[in-house]
Design a protein around this ligand. Structure first.
Ligand code: UD1
Length: 441
Protein backbone atom coordinates (compact mmCIF):
# COMPACT_ATOMS: atom_id res chain seq x y z
CA UNK A 1 0.00 0.00 0.00
CA UNK A 2 1.46 3.32 -1.04
CA UNK A 3 1.86 5.84 1.74
CA UNK A 4 2.51 8.79 -0.50
CA UNK A 5 1.28 12.10 0.77
CA UNK A 6 -2.15 12.91 -0.60
CA UNK A 7 -1.43 16.60 -0.92
CA UNK A 8 1.59 15.85 -3.06
CA UNK A 9 -0.54 13.72 -5.36
CA UNK A 10 -3.15 16.39 -5.93
CA UNK A 11 -2.97 18.46 -9.04
CA UNK A 12 -5.05 21.16 -10.58
CA UNK A 13 -5.56 21.26 -14.36
CA UNK A 14 -6.61 24.57 -15.78
CA UNK A 15 -6.73 23.03 -19.30
CA UNK A 16 -9.75 21.07 -18.16
CA UNK A 17 -11.51 24.15 -16.96
CA UNK A 18 -11.52 22.95 -13.36
CA UNK A 19 -9.77 24.22 -10.34
CA UNK A 20 -9.75 22.94 -6.83
CA UNK A 21 -11.20 26.21 -5.65
CA UNK A 22 -14.06 25.83 -3.17
CA UNK A 23 -15.77 29.10 -4.04
CA UNK A 24 -18.35 27.84 -6.49
CA UNK A 25 -20.51 30.53 -8.15
CA UNK A 26 -24.26 30.17 -7.64
CA UNK A 27 -24.85 29.18 -11.25
CA UNK A 28 -22.22 26.42 -11.13
CA UNK A 29 -22.89 22.84 -10.13
CA UNK A 30 -19.86 21.05 -8.76
CA UNK A 31 -19.67 17.37 -9.65
CA UNK A 32 -17.05 14.96 -8.38
CA UNK A 33 -16.47 11.84 -10.49
CA UNK A 34 -14.68 8.80 -9.09
CA UNK A 35 -12.60 6.31 -11.06
CA UNK A 36 -10.31 3.70 -9.59
CA UNK A 37 -10.01 0.48 -11.53
CA UNK A 38 -9.86 -0.55 -15.19
CA UNK A 39 -13.59 -1.21 -15.72
CA UNK A 40 -14.46 2.27 -14.38
CA UNK A 41 -12.73 4.22 -17.10
CA UNK A 42 -14.98 3.32 -20.04
CA UNK A 43 -18.10 3.83 -17.91
CA UNK A 44 -17.09 7.27 -16.60
CA UNK A 45 -15.57 8.68 -19.82
CA UNK A 46 -18.93 9.43 -21.52
CA UNK A 47 -20.24 11.25 -18.42
CA UNK A 48 -17.10 13.39 -18.32
CA UNK A 49 -17.44 14.08 -22.07
CA UNK A 50 -21.11 15.03 -21.64
CA UNK A 51 -20.16 17.53 -18.91
CA UNK A 52 -17.54 19.07 -21.20
CA UNK A 53 -20.03 19.31 -24.10
CA UNK A 54 -22.63 20.91 -21.83
CA UNK A 55 -20.16 23.65 -20.87
CA UNK A 56 -19.04 24.17 -24.48
CA UNK A 57 -22.63 24.51 -25.59
CA UNK A 58 -23.33 26.99 -22.81
CA UNK A 59 -20.25 29.05 -23.63
CA UNK A 60 -21.25 29.27 -27.28
CA UNK A 61 -24.88 30.25 -26.81
CA UNK A 62 -25.53 31.36 -23.22
CA UNK A 63 -28.63 33.42 -24.00
CA UNK A 64 -30.13 31.12 -26.58
CA UNK A 65 -30.53 28.29 -24.11
CA UNK A 66 -34.22 28.25 -23.22
CA UNK A 67 -34.02 25.23 -20.90
CA UNK A 68 -33.26 26.61 -17.45
CA UNK A 69 -31.35 23.41 -16.50
CA UNK A 70 -28.89 24.01 -19.29
CA UNK A 71 -27.95 27.44 -17.95
CA UNK A 72 -25.83 25.97 -15.15
CA UNK A 73 -22.11 25.61 -15.69
CA UNK A 74 -20.77 22.26 -14.54
CA UNK A 75 -17.47 21.92 -12.77
CA UNK A 76 -16.13 18.38 -12.71
CA UNK A 77 -13.48 17.29 -10.24
CA UNK A 78 -12.07 13.97 -11.36
CA UNK A 79 -10.70 11.76 -8.58
CA UNK A 80 -8.62 8.64 -9.31
CA UNK A 81 -8.27 6.45 -6.23
CA UNK A 82 -5.29 4.58 -7.72
CA UNK A 83 -6.84 1.14 -7.06
CA UNK A 84 -5.32 0.22 -10.43
CA UNK A 85 -2.04 1.95 -11.04
CA UNK A 86 -0.06 0.22 -13.83
CA UNK A 87 0.33 1.94 -17.19
CA UNK A 88 -1.41 -1.11 -18.68
CA UNK A 89 -4.30 -1.14 -16.19
CA UNK A 90 -4.86 2.60 -15.89
CA UNK A 91 -2.85 5.31 -17.68
CA UNK A 92 -3.32 3.94 -21.20
CA UNK A 93 -7.10 4.12 -20.77
CA UNK A 94 -6.96 7.86 -20.12
CA UNK A 95 -5.25 8.36 -23.47
CA UNK A 96 -7.45 5.89 -25.40
CA UNK A 97 -10.71 7.28 -24.00
CA UNK A 98 -9.71 10.99 -24.05
CA UNK A 99 -10.20 11.32 -20.30
CA UNK A 100 -8.51 14.40 -18.82
CA UNK A 101 -5.84 13.87 -16.18
CA UNK A 102 -7.33 13.38 -12.72
CA UNK A 103 -7.52 16.50 -10.57
CA UNK A 104 -6.83 14.37 -7.52
CA UNK A 105 -4.94 11.09 -7.34
CA UNK A 106 -5.27 9.23 -4.06
CA UNK A 107 -2.48 6.73 -4.84
CA UNK A 108 -4.13 3.94 -2.87
CA UNK A 109 -2.74 0.88 -4.68
CA UNK A 110 -3.33 -2.80 -3.88
CA UNK A 111 -4.22 -4.48 -0.61
CA UNK A 112 -6.76 -6.80 0.95
CA UNK A 113 -10.37 -5.73 0.48
CA UNK A 114 -10.50 -4.22 3.96
CA UNK A 115 -7.15 -2.46 3.66
CA UNK A 116 -7.84 -1.14 0.16
CA UNK A 117 -11.37 0.07 0.96
CA UNK A 118 -10.27 1.62 4.26
CA UNK A 119 -7.40 3.47 2.62
CA UNK A 120 -9.69 4.78 -0.11
CA UNK A 121 -12.11 6.02 2.55
CA UNK A 122 -9.47 7.71 4.68
CA UNK A 123 -7.87 9.53 1.78
CA UNK A 124 -11.12 10.38 0.04
CA UNK A 125 -12.75 11.92 3.11
CA UNK A 126 -10.16 14.73 3.21
CA UNK A 127 -10.77 15.53 -0.44
CA UNK A 128 -14.54 15.48 -0.09
CA UNK A 129 -14.53 17.77 2.94
CA UNK A 130 -12.28 20.25 1.14
CA UNK A 131 -14.11 20.21 -2.20
CA UNK A 132 -17.73 19.99 -1.01
CA UNK A 133 -19.26 18.97 -4.35
CA UNK A 134 -23.01 19.12 -5.01
CA UNK A 135 -22.96 15.63 -6.39
CA UNK A 136 -20.75 12.56 -6.45
CA UNK A 137 -20.73 10.20 -9.46
CA UNK A 138 -19.59 6.62 -8.81
CA UNK A 139 -19.61 3.90 -11.46
CA UNK A 140 -19.71 0.10 -11.44
CA UNK A 141 -18.96 -2.19 -8.53
CA UNK A 142 -15.30 -2.00 -7.54
CA UNK A 143 -13.89 -1.23 -4.10
CA UNK A 144 -13.43 2.42 -5.08
CA UNK A 145 -17.15 2.67 -5.87
CA UNK A 146 -18.19 1.47 -2.44
CA UNK A 147 -15.41 3.20 -0.47
CA UNK A 148 -16.22 6.67 -1.83
CA UNK A 149 -19.98 6.11 -1.55
CA UNK A 150 -19.68 5.19 2.13
CA UNK A 151 -17.70 8.34 2.85
CA UNK A 152 -20.15 10.61 1.02
CA UNK A 153 -23.19 9.01 2.65
CA UNK A 154 -21.92 9.88 6.14
CA UNK A 155 -20.26 13.21 5.49
CA UNK A 156 -21.62 16.45 6.89
CA UNK A 157 -20.45 19.71 5.29
CA UNK A 158 -22.24 21.95 7.79
CA UNK A 159 -24.44 22.00 10.88
CA UNK A 160 -27.45 21.13 8.73
CA UNK A 161 -25.85 17.84 7.74
CA UNK A 162 -25.47 18.85 4.10
CA UNK A 163 -23.83 16.17 1.97
CA UNK A 164 -23.50 15.61 -1.79
CA UNK A 165 -26.11 13.70 -3.75
CA UNK A 166 -24.72 10.29 -4.67
CA UNK A 167 -25.29 9.08 -8.23
CA UNK A 168 -24.55 5.43 -9.04
CA UNK A 169 -24.00 4.62 -12.70
CA UNK A 170 -24.74 0.93 -13.43
CA UNK A 171 -27.11 0.39 -10.52
CA UNK A 172 -29.33 -2.62 -9.87
CA UNK A 173 -27.21 -5.44 -11.32
CA UNK A 174 -27.29 -8.57 -9.15
CA UNK A 175 -25.56 -11.94 -9.51
CA UNK A 176 -27.25 -13.12 -6.27
CA UNK A 177 -23.83 -14.51 -5.33
CA UNK A 178 -22.60 -12.80 -2.18
CA UNK A 179 -19.30 -14.66 -2.49
CA UNK A 180 -18.39 -12.08 -5.17
CA UNK A 181 -16.85 -8.93 -3.68
CA UNK A 182 -18.49 -6.93 -6.46
CA UNK A 183 -21.96 -8.10 -5.39
CA UNK A 184 -21.40 -6.70 -1.90
CA UNK A 185 -20.16 -3.45 -3.43
CA UNK A 186 -23.22 -3.21 -5.71
CA UNK A 187 -25.81 -3.83 -3.01
CA UNK A 188 -24.33 -1.41 -0.50
CA UNK A 189 -23.71 1.32 -3.07
CA UNK A 190 -27.27 1.08 -4.38
CA UNK A 191 -28.76 1.30 -0.91
CA UNK A 192 -26.77 4.46 -0.13
CA UNK A 193 -27.20 6.22 -3.48
CA UNK A 194 -29.75 8.98 -4.18
CA UNK A 195 -29.83 8.60 -7.96
CA UNK A 196 -29.60 5.10 -9.41
CA UNK A 197 -28.87 4.85 -13.12
CA UNK A 198 -29.89 1.46 -14.48
CA UNK A 199 -28.61 -0.27 -17.63
CA UNK A 200 -31.08 -3.12 -18.12
CA UNK A 201 -34.57 -4.22 -17.12
CA UNK A 202 -33.36 -6.74 -14.49
CA UNK A 203 -31.86 -3.80 -12.59
CA UNK A 204 -35.25 -2.12 -12.30
CA UNK A 205 -36.77 -5.34 -10.98
CA UNK A 206 -33.96 -5.99 -8.50
CA UNK A 207 -34.09 -2.50 -7.02
CA UNK A 208 -37.87 -2.61 -6.67
CA UNK A 209 -37.65 -5.98 -4.91
CA UNK A 210 -35.07 -4.56 -2.51
CA UNK A 211 -37.45 -1.74 -1.62
CA UNK A 212 -35.62 1.14 -3.29
CA UNK A 213 -38.17 3.87 -4.10
CA UNK A 214 -38.97 4.17 -7.82
CA UNK A 215 -38.35 7.93 -7.85
CA UNK A 216 -34.64 7.35 -7.18
CA UNK A 217 -34.29 4.95 -10.11
CA UNK A 218 -33.66 6.02 -13.72
CA UNK A 219 -33.41 3.66 -16.67
CA UNK A 220 -30.81 5.31 -18.91
CA UNK A 221 -29.02 2.53 -20.81
CA UNK A 222 -25.33 1.75 -20.67
CA UNK A 223 -22.51 4.31 -20.65
CA UNK A 224 -19.98 1.57 -21.45
CA UNK A 225 -21.81 1.17 -24.74
CA UNK A 226 -21.59 4.95 -25.26
CA UNK A 227 -17.81 4.49 -25.14
CA UNK A 228 -17.90 1.50 -27.48
CA UNK A 229 -19.96 3.36 -30.09
CA UNK A 230 -17.81 6.49 -29.78
CA UNK A 231 -14.49 4.68 -30.21
CA UNK A 232 -15.39 1.76 -32.51
CA UNK A 233 -14.15 3.45 -35.72
CA UNK A 234 -10.88 4.41 -34.06
CA UNK A 235 -10.49 0.86 -32.71
CA UNK A 236 -11.02 -0.53 -36.22
CA UNK A 237 -7.84 1.29 -37.24
CA UNK A 238 -5.75 -0.42 -34.51
CA UNK A 239 -2.86 -2.52 -35.82
CA UNK A 240 -3.23 -5.13 -33.07
CA UNK A 241 -4.28 -7.87 -35.53
CA UNK A 242 -1.04 -7.36 -37.45
CA UNK A 243 1.03 -7.13 -34.27
CA UNK A 244 -0.34 -10.45 -33.05
CA UNK A 245 0.00 -11.94 -36.55
CA UNK A 246 -3.73 -12.61 -36.77
CA UNK A 247 -4.03 -10.95 -40.16
CA UNK A 248 -2.40 -11.88 -43.42
CA UNK A 249 -3.60 -9.47 -46.06
CA UNK A 250 -2.36 -11.79 -48.85
CA UNK A 251 -4.13 -14.87 -47.51
CA UNK A 252 -7.22 -16.35 -49.16
CA UNK A 253 -8.20 -17.98 -45.85
CA UNK A 254 -10.24 -16.48 -43.01
CA UNK A 255 -12.29 -13.31 -43.52
CA UNK A 256 -12.14 -11.13 -46.68
CA UNK A 257 -9.52 -8.86 -45.11
CA UNK A 258 -7.35 -11.88 -44.25
CA UNK A 259 -8.18 -11.92 -40.52
CA UNK A 260 -7.63 -15.35 -39.00
CA UNK A 261 -10.35 -17.17 -37.07
CA UNK A 262 -9.31 -16.76 -33.42
CA UNK A 263 -10.70 -16.75 -29.90
CA UNK A 264 -10.13 -14.05 -27.29
CA UNK A 265 -9.86 -15.05 -23.63
CA UNK A 266 -9.90 -13.06 -20.36
CA UNK A 267 -9.90 -14.57 -16.84
CA UNK A 268 -9.34 -12.75 -13.57
CA UNK A 269 -12.19 -13.45 -11.12
CA UNK A 270 -10.78 -14.55 -7.76
CA UNK A 271 -13.28 -17.45 -7.78
CA UNK A 272 -11.77 -18.73 -11.06
CA UNK A 273 -8.05 -18.10 -10.67
CA UNK A 274 -7.27 -18.00 -6.95
CA UNK A 275 -7.71 -21.78 -6.39
CA UNK A 276 -5.38 -24.09 -8.30
CA UNK A 277 -8.00 -26.84 -8.88
CA UNK A 278 -10.56 -24.44 -10.37
CA UNK A 279 -8.02 -22.64 -12.54
CA UNK A 280 -6.59 -25.95 -13.81
CA UNK A 281 -10.06 -27.25 -14.58
CA UNK A 282 -10.87 -24.15 -16.66
CA UNK A 283 -7.61 -24.42 -18.58
CA UNK A 284 -8.27 -28.11 -19.35
CA UNK A 285 -11.77 -27.14 -20.52
CA UNK A 286 -10.17 -24.67 -22.96
CA UNK A 287 -7.68 -27.13 -24.51
CA UNK A 288 -10.12 -28.26 -27.21
CA UNK A 289 -10.69 -24.63 -28.25
CA UNK A 290 -6.96 -23.89 -28.41
CA UNK A 291 -6.50 -26.87 -30.74
CA UNK A 292 -9.13 -25.56 -33.14
CA UNK A 293 -8.06 -21.90 -33.35
CA UNK A 294 -5.47 -19.54 -31.84
CA UNK A 295 -6.57 -18.29 -28.42
CA UNK A 296 -5.31 -14.82 -27.47
CA UNK A 297 -5.16 -14.11 -23.73
CA UNK A 298 -4.37 -10.60 -22.45
CA UNK A 299 -3.66 -11.63 -18.87
CA UNK A 300 -4.69 -9.53 -15.86
CA UNK A 301 -1.87 -9.06 -13.29
CA UNK A 302 -3.78 -11.16 -10.73
CA UNK A 303 -3.97 -14.06 -13.23
CA UNK A 304 -0.31 -13.78 -14.22
CA UNK A 305 0.70 -14.04 -10.58
CA UNK A 306 -1.54 -17.02 -9.91
CA UNK A 307 -0.56 -19.10 -12.92
CA UNK A 308 3.11 -18.71 -11.99
CA UNK A 309 2.37 -19.57 -8.35
CA UNK A 310 0.39 -22.69 -9.41
CA UNK A 311 2.97 -23.76 -12.07
CA UNK A 312 0.41 -23.74 -14.86
CA UNK A 313 2.76 -22.27 -17.49
CA UNK A 314 2.51 -25.38 -19.68
CA UNK A 315 -0.91 -24.26 -20.93
CA UNK A 316 0.51 -21.01 -22.28
CA UNK A 317 2.98 -19.70 -24.77
CA UNK A 318 4.59 -16.34 -25.06
CA UNK A 319 5.04 -15.68 -28.75
CA UNK A 320 6.99 -12.45 -28.59
CA UNK A 321 9.99 -13.97 -30.30
CA UNK A 322 7.95 -16.17 -32.69
CA UNK A 323 7.47 -14.63 -36.14
CA UNK A 324 5.05 -17.24 -37.51
CA UNK A 325 1.32 -16.50 -37.99
CA UNK A 326 -0.72 -17.41 -34.90
CA UNK A 327 -1.04 -21.19 -34.52
CA UNK A 328 -3.74 -23.45 -33.05
CA UNK A 329 -1.42 -25.87 -31.27
CA UNK A 330 -3.30 -26.48 -28.02
CA UNK A 331 -1.54 -23.72 -26.06
CA UNK A 332 -2.99 -20.35 -25.15
CA UNK A 333 -1.10 -17.31 -26.34
CA UNK A 334 -0.58 -14.99 -23.39
CA UNK A 335 0.00 -11.27 -23.93
CA UNK A 336 0.16 -8.31 -21.55
CA UNK A 337 -3.11 -6.48 -20.70
CA UNK A 338 -4.14 -4.34 -23.68
CA UNK A 339 -5.41 -0.79 -23.99
CA UNK A 340 -9.06 -0.01 -24.73
CA UNK A 341 -8.77 0.47 -28.50
CA UNK A 342 -6.63 -2.62 -29.14
CA UNK A 343 -8.89 -4.77 -26.99
CA UNK A 344 -12.04 -3.46 -28.68
CA UNK A 345 -10.53 -4.27 -32.08
CA UNK A 346 -9.66 -7.82 -30.94
CA UNK A 347 -13.17 -8.34 -29.54
CA UNK A 348 -14.89 -7.08 -32.68
CA UNK A 349 -12.95 -9.45 -34.95
CA UNK A 350 -12.96 -12.57 -32.74
CA UNK A 351 -14.84 -15.74 -33.70
CA UNK A 352 -15.66 -16.20 -30.03
CA UNK A 353 -14.83 -14.42 -26.76
CA UNK A 354 -14.41 -16.47 -23.57
CA UNK A 355 -14.47 -14.45 -20.37
CA UNK A 356 -15.34 -14.12 -16.70
CA UNK A 357 -15.59 -10.31 -16.94
CA UNK A 358 -18.87 -8.46 -16.47
CA UNK A 359 -18.41 -5.69 -19.01
CA UNK A 360 -17.19 -7.93 -21.82
CA UNK A 361 -20.51 -9.80 -21.77
CA UNK A 362 -22.16 -6.48 -22.60
CA UNK A 363 -19.62 -5.31 -25.17
CA UNK A 364 -19.85 -8.60 -27.13
CA UNK A 365 -23.64 -8.35 -27.03
CA UNK A 366 -23.45 -4.92 -28.64
CA UNK A 367 -20.89 -6.13 -31.21
CA UNK A 368 -22.90 -9.29 -32.02
CA UNK A 369 -19.87 -11.48 -31.22
CA UNK A 370 -20.51 -14.93 -29.63
CA UNK A 371 -19.47 -14.92 -25.97
CA UNK A 372 -18.93 -17.74 -23.47
CA UNK A 373 -19.02 -16.68 -19.84
CA UNK A 374 -16.99 -18.91 -17.52
CA UNK A 375 -19.12 -18.35 -14.44
CA UNK A 376 -22.09 -19.98 -12.76
CA UNK A 377 -24.12 -16.77 -12.81
CA UNK A 378 -24.31 -13.36 -14.40
CA UNK A 379 -25.50 -10.02 -13.05
CA UNK A 380 -26.18 -9.05 -16.68
CA UNK A 381 -28.96 -11.47 -17.74
CA UNK A 382 -30.01 -9.30 -20.71
CA UNK A 383 -26.81 -10.45 -22.49
CA UNK A 384 -28.07 -14.05 -22.32
CA UNK A 385 -31.71 -13.20 -23.01
CA UNK A 386 -31.34 -11.03 -26.12
CA UNK A 387 -27.61 -10.94 -26.70
CA UNK A 388 -24.91 -13.37 -27.75
CA UNK A 389 -23.81 -14.64 -24.34
CA UNK A 390 -23.90 -18.23 -23.02
CA UNK A 391 -23.27 -19.06 -19.35
CA UNK A 392 -20.95 -22.05 -19.44
CA UNK A 393 -20.29 -22.56 -15.73
CA UNK A 394 -16.77 -23.61 -14.75
CA UNK A 395 -16.84 -27.36 -15.43
CA UNK A 396 -14.58 -28.71 -18.17
CA UNK A 397 -17.50 -30.19 -20.09
CA UNK A 398 -19.59 -27.03 -19.75
CA UNK A 399 -16.76 -24.94 -21.20
CA UNK A 400 -16.13 -27.42 -24.04
CA UNK A 401 -19.78 -27.58 -25.05
CA UNK A 402 -20.32 -23.81 -24.89
CA UNK A 403 -17.17 -22.95 -26.89
CA UNK A 404 -18.03 -25.62 -29.51
CA UNK A 405 -21.54 -24.21 -29.85
CA UNK A 406 -20.43 -20.57 -30.02
CA UNK A 407 -17.68 -21.26 -32.56
CA UNK A 408 -20.29 -22.45 -35.04
CA UNK A 409 -22.89 -19.87 -34.04
CA UNK A 410 -24.13 -17.42 -36.62
CA UNK A 411 -26.71 -15.72 -34.38
CA UNK A 412 -25.89 -12.07 -33.78
CA UNK A 413 -28.53 -11.41 -31.09
CA UNK A 414 -30.02 -7.96 -30.64
CA UNK A 415 -28.89 -4.83 -28.83
CA UNK A 416 -30.74 -4.16 -25.56
CA UNK A 417 -33.06 -1.19 -25.15
CA UNK A 418 -31.34 2.22 -24.76
CA UNK A 419 -27.83 0.90 -25.47
CA UNK A 420 -27.71 3.60 -28.10
CA UNK A 421 -24.77 5.86 -27.25
CA UNK A 422 -26.93 8.47 -25.47
CA UNK A 423 -26.88 7.18 -21.90
CA UNK A 424 -24.47 9.77 -20.49
CA UNK A 425 -26.65 12.60 -21.81
CA UNK A 426 -29.70 11.06 -20.13
CA UNK A 427 -27.71 10.84 -16.90
CA UNK A 428 -26.66 14.46 -17.13
CA UNK A 429 -30.24 15.60 -17.70
CA UNK A 430 -31.31 13.88 -14.46
CA UNK A 431 -28.28 15.20 -12.56
CA UNK A 432 -29.03 18.79 -13.60
CA UNK A 433 -32.68 18.50 -12.67
CA UNK A 434 -32.11 16.82 -9.30
CA UNK A 435 -29.19 19.00 -8.20
CA UNK A 436 -31.18 22.13 -8.97
CA UNK A 437 -34.16 20.75 -7.09
CA UNK A 438 -31.97 20.05 -4.05
CA UNK A 439 -30.55 23.58 -4.11
CA UNK A 440 -33.98 25.19 -4.18
CA UNK A 441 -35.16 23.26 -1.12
C1 UD1 B 1 -10.84 -5.24 -9.66
C2 UD1 B 1 -12.32 -5.21 -9.29
C3 UD1 B 1 -13.11 -6.07 -10.28
C4 UD1 B 1 -12.79 -5.74 -11.71
C5 UD1 B 1 -11.29 -5.82 -11.93
C6 UD1 B 1 -10.93 -5.47 -13.36
C7 UD1 B 1 -12.86 -4.98 -6.90
C8 UD1 B 1 -13.36 -5.71 -5.72
N1 UD1 B 1 -12.56 -5.74 -7.98
O1 UD1 B 1 -10.38 -6.55 -9.41
O2 UD1 B 1 -14.49 -5.85 -10.05
O3 UD1 B 1 -13.45 -6.65 -12.57
O4 UD1 B 1 -10.65 -4.90 -11.02
O5 UD1 B 1 -9.59 -5.35 -13.59
O6 UD1 B 1 -12.74 -3.79 -6.85
N2 UD1 B 1 -2.66 -5.30 -9.80
C9 UD1 B 1 -1.54 -4.92 -10.51
N3 UD1 B 1 -1.58 -3.75 -11.22
C10 UD1 B 1 -2.68 -2.95 -11.22
C11 UD1 B 1 -3.80 -3.34 -10.46
C12 UD1 B 1 -3.78 -4.51 -9.77
O7 UD1 B 1 -0.53 -5.61 -10.54
O8 UD1 B 1 -2.66 -1.89 -11.86
C13 UD1 B 1 -2.65 -6.55 -9.03
C14 UD1 B 1 -2.71 -6.27 -7.54
O9 UD1 B 1 -1.47 -6.17 -6.99
C15 UD1 B 1 -3.49 -7.44 -7.00
C16 UD1 B 1 -4.35 -7.88 -8.18
O10 UD1 B 1 -3.82 -7.28 -9.34
O11 UD1 B 1 -2.65 -8.50 -6.68
C17 UD1 B 1 -5.77 -7.56 -7.95
O12 UD1 B 1 -6.03 -6.17 -7.94
P1 UD1 B 1 -7.34 -5.57 -7.20
O13 UD1 B 1 -7.44 -4.11 -7.42
O14 UD1 B 1 -7.33 -6.05 -5.81
O15 UD1 B 1 -8.57 -6.26 -7.83
P2 UD1 B 1 -8.82 -6.85 -9.27
O16 UD1 B 1 -8.69 -8.31 -9.24
O17 UD1 B 1 -8.07 -6.10 -10.31
Amino acid sequence: MSTSNIQAEQRSYSSQGTSLDNMVPANTIKIMTIVGARPNFMKAAPVIAAIRKHNEHLAMSPRLTADVNSQFTLQNVLVHTGQHYDEAMSDRFFADLNIPKPDVHLGVGSGSHAAQTAEIMKRFEEVLVREKPDLLVVVGDVNSTLGCTLVAAKISFDVNGTRPLIAHVEAGLRSFDRGMPEEINRILTDHLADLLFVTEESGLRNLREEGIPDEKVHFVGNTMIDSLLTFKDKADRSDILDRLRLRNRNSSQGSPNGTARYALLTLHRPSNVDQRETFLNILEGLEELSKSCPVIFPAHPRTQKKLAEFHLERFFKNEVEDSRPAQADGRIRMVEPLGYLDFLCLMANAAVVVTDSGGIQEETTCLGVPCVTVRENTERPITVKVGTNILAGTSKEGIRQATRKQLTSSASGSVPEAWDGKSAQRILDVILRETKKKRSL
